[in-house]
Design a protein around this ligand. Structure first.
Ligand code: 5RP
Length: 225
C-alpha cells in the first residue's frame, strides 16, 4: 500500500455515523472516497457526502454513496482532502484540480478540515514546488494578469490537452509564480484583494489536522486553532 492510500484509510478514524462529509479532489482524495464507500457499504452508515468537484462527485456516485448538492448544505462535519504543498505553519497550497471555489467553500463550512499528505508535499515556503493557482472570471483574466505582472509574478493561463482549463464554475485558471521576497501572508492578502479572482490556492490558517504518511507511518500535525 502506498502512503496516499495509507493516510486515506487512516482518515476513516475521524468518520462517525450520521456525519455530512466533504470529499476532496485528487489521487489522495480518491483513495479516501474508495475507503469511505467501502465502510459505508459494510457498516450501513447513515452518512451523506458533498463533493468538491465533478470528478469526485462522479466517483462517489459510481460507488453508490448518498450525495447532497453543495446548494443544500448549511454546514459539514468534516472535509477531507489532499494538498499540493504544506508549509511548516500549516498553510496549504491547493488547486491542481482547478475547483478552488468549491474546495474553499467546503473547508469554510466544515467543523473540521483534515488534510492528507505524504512527505513530497512538505515545503519550506508556499510556491516552492508549484505555481499558485487563481480561479478568475473569464472576462477578467487579462486585467488580473496585468495586476499580477505589476506585483512581480510570472503568469500562465492554464491549459489542458483539449484547450483552456475551465473550472466547473465556468472560470479560467491563472498559474502564478512570484518572486520569493513576498511572504505567503502578503500573497494571500494580495490575491484576496484582487477583483476578478474568485478564489486562489493559498489556504492559510484553515487546516485543523494534517495527517502525514511516511513509509506507512502516520503522524498527526495539529493547528491548535
Ligand atoms: C486539488 C487539490 C489536491 O488536493 C492536490 O492537487 C493533491 O492532489 P494529489 O492527492 O493527487 O496529490 O488541491 O485541487
Amino acid at each position: 500500500m502506498n502512503d496516499k492510500q495509507a493516510v486515506a484509510e487512516y482518515a476513516l478514524n475521524y468518520i462517525q455515523n450520521g456525519m455530512i462529509i466533504g470529499l476532496g479532489t485528487g489521487s489522495t482524495a480518491n483513495f479516501f472516497i474508495e475507503a469511505l464507500a467501502q465502510r459505508y457499504q459494510q457498516e450501513n452508515l447513515q452518512i451523506k457526502v458533498v463533493a468538491s468537484s465533478l470528478v469526485s462527485q462522479l466517483k462517489a456516485q459510481q460507488l453508490g454513496m448518498p450525495i447532497i448538492a453543495i446548494e443544500h448544505i448549511e454546514r459539514l462535519d468534516i472535509y477531507v482532502d489532499g494538498a499540493d504543498e504544506v508549509a511548516p505553519d500549516m498553510t496549504l497550497l491547493k488547486g491542481r484540480g482547478s475547483d478552488l471555489v468549491k474546495e474553499k467553500l467546503l473547508v469554510e463550512a466544515a467543523e473540521q478540515f483534515i488534510v492528507l499528505i505524504d512527505p513530497s508535499k512538505q515545503v519550506n515556503r508556499i510556491g516552492d514546488n508549484f505555481p499558485i493557482p487563481a480561479e478568475v472570471l473569464p472576462f477578467a483574466w487579462q486585467l488580473v494578469q496585468q495586476k499580477m505582472h505589476h506585483a512581480g509574478a510570472q503568469v500562465t493561463l492554464r491549459k489542458t490537452d483539449s484547450g483552456l482549463a475551465i473550472t466547473s464554475c465556468g472560470n479560467l485558471v491563472l498559474d502564478l509564480i512570484f518572486d520569493s521576497e513576498l511572504s505567503t501572508i502578503a500573497l494571500n492578502g494580495l490575491l484576496n484583494a484582487t477583483p476578478g479572482i474568485v478564489e486562489h490556492g493559498i489556504f492559510h490558517a484553515l487546516a485543523d489536522i494534517i495527517l502525514l504518511a511516511n513509509k506507512g507511518e502516520i503522524t498527526k500535525i495539529t493547528s491548535g486553532k
